[in-house]
Design a protein around this ligand. Structure first.
Ligand SMILES: [Fe+2]
Length: 202
């Protein structure tokens, strides 16, 4: 990436190579978790992560930079025949700056029986991008505590906590047990809290 891929805004603190590197890491963690060691899947995520913000012209609202990145990626693959071209990567980056519904509709139209697989990849990739943004907010705003509560303690709340632990944030997590209901009566949450020594309020 550093040797061959060119960024429109290489000096950007927010969206240049370091951001793409982190998105790459998060997307691979999520991809390997969901698909296992599927080389093709991981390659698709690698390409989308590396190229998705290469054609930004503006640090903030820059709708269309995903489409420009997709054009650059296609051209890059034509010019470098040692890089395998993945149409899935095109859709992931093309729609990463647009509404999910637009991305999903386009994927459904193009991929036929492969639709579910590509929709999963699209969700993983967008999560990778958002994870990096959220982590940057925690860092730049100097946020020391994340209070977590919700309606399904043993499902989405537990998954959110697991994500936080995977991102090495357990010291920031504070579980609001009084504001969280669980189908299993709190068994899953209590086990995660004690196993990871998380802060919680009951
Ligand atoms: Fe982007």
């Amino acid at each position: 990436m550093y040797r061959r891929v060119r960024f429109n805004m290489p000096d950007s603190d927010i969206h240049a190579a370091a951001h793409c590197e982190r998105v790459l890491l998060y997307a691979l963690i999520l991809g390997a978790d969901i698909f296992g060691a599927d080389g093709d899947v991981l390659d698709i995520l690698v390409h989308a992560s590396i190229f998705h913000d290469t054609r930004r012209q503006d640090e903030y609202l820059d709708t269309g930079h995903g489409a420009r990145a997709a054009v650059y990626y296609e051209q890059f693959c034509q010019d470098n025949n040692d890089i395998e071209f993945h149409p899935e990567s095109v859709f992931l980056m093309r729609y990463h700056d647009l509404d999910d519904a637009m991305g999903k509709e386009a994927i459904q139209k193009y991929f036929g029986t492969e639709t579910d697989r590509v929709l999963n990849l699209y969700a993983i990739f967008k999560n990778g991008v958002e994870t990096d943004r959220n982590l940057r907010v925690l860092e730049t705003e100097n946020i020391g505590q994340i209070d977590i509560c919700g309606l399904a303690g043993d499902v989405c709340v537990a998954d959110t906590i697991r994500d936080g632990i995977a991102l090495k944030l357990p010291q920031k997590i504070n579980v609001l047990m009084d504001y969280t209901s669980s189908i299993d009566g709190g068994k899953t949450l209590n086990s995660i809290i004690s196993k990871n020594k998380l802060s919680c309020i009951r």
